[in-house]
Design a protein around this ligand. Structure first.
Ligand SMILES: [Ca+2]
Length: 179
């Protein structure tokens, strides 16, 4: 094969891998569809209660895809969320990140729930980026597109967070390097 053809093929492969990366960068979260179950809970995930009155459970009826989703039933204003067991993921501060999740909310209250990225550094919490769905009683995709971690950030907590009374269902969560 001529050298020029080899170069063209190489260039084509490089472009293809970049396109694949752009479309579907590796999900950094485990069990993102909540399909693997252990002790009646989604493996690798936990419900974290903060304040108010709410509880989290595995959902088997109102799901976006597959057999399972996660639910938060919030009875009283406060804060609680689903998160990975270790809470934090290490990040590369030079890179941008993106996240999305499918959400079904019964609440009409603005800011009732968020897909939330909380950035932390060596001295603790720095800032957050978040996205919300305004659609009620229907599955909707919520997205955070290409955010750069704040200066000093070393890790992130990806939270499916609820603040106001209502029932909230989450499925197919995604968190990845944007570029
Ligand atoms: Ca699922």
């Amino acid at each position: 094969m001529k050298m020029r053809n080899k170069k063209l093929i190489l260039l084509f492969c490089l472009c293809l891998s970049n396109i694949c990366f752009a479309i579907n960068a590796e999900n950094l979260l485990p069990n993102s569809g909540f399909e693997k179950i252990k002790n009646r809970m989604p493996e690798g995930w936990k419900f974290e209660f903060g304040t108010g009155f709410s509880f989290g459970e595995l959902e088997r009826e109102n799901v976006f895809a597959g057999q399972n989703a996660v639910k938060i039933a919030c009875k009283e204003e406060g804060s609680s969320d689903w998160r990975v067991l270790e809470t934090f993921l290490d990040i590369d501060p030079e890179k941008s990140y993106k996240a999305s999740v499918q959400v079904y909310s019964t609440s009409k209250i603005e800011g009732s729930h968020y897909l939330e990225l909380q950035w932390f550094g060596k001295d603790g919490y720095i800032s957050r980026d978040r996205a919300v769905s305004k659609v009620v009683n229907k599955w909707d995709k919520v997205e955070i597109k290409g955010v750069k971690p704040p200066i000093g950030a070393t890790h992130v907590a990806v939270l499916l967070r609820v603040y106001e009374p209502g029932d909230y269902y989450f499925d197919d969560i995604y968190f990845a390097v944007a570029k």
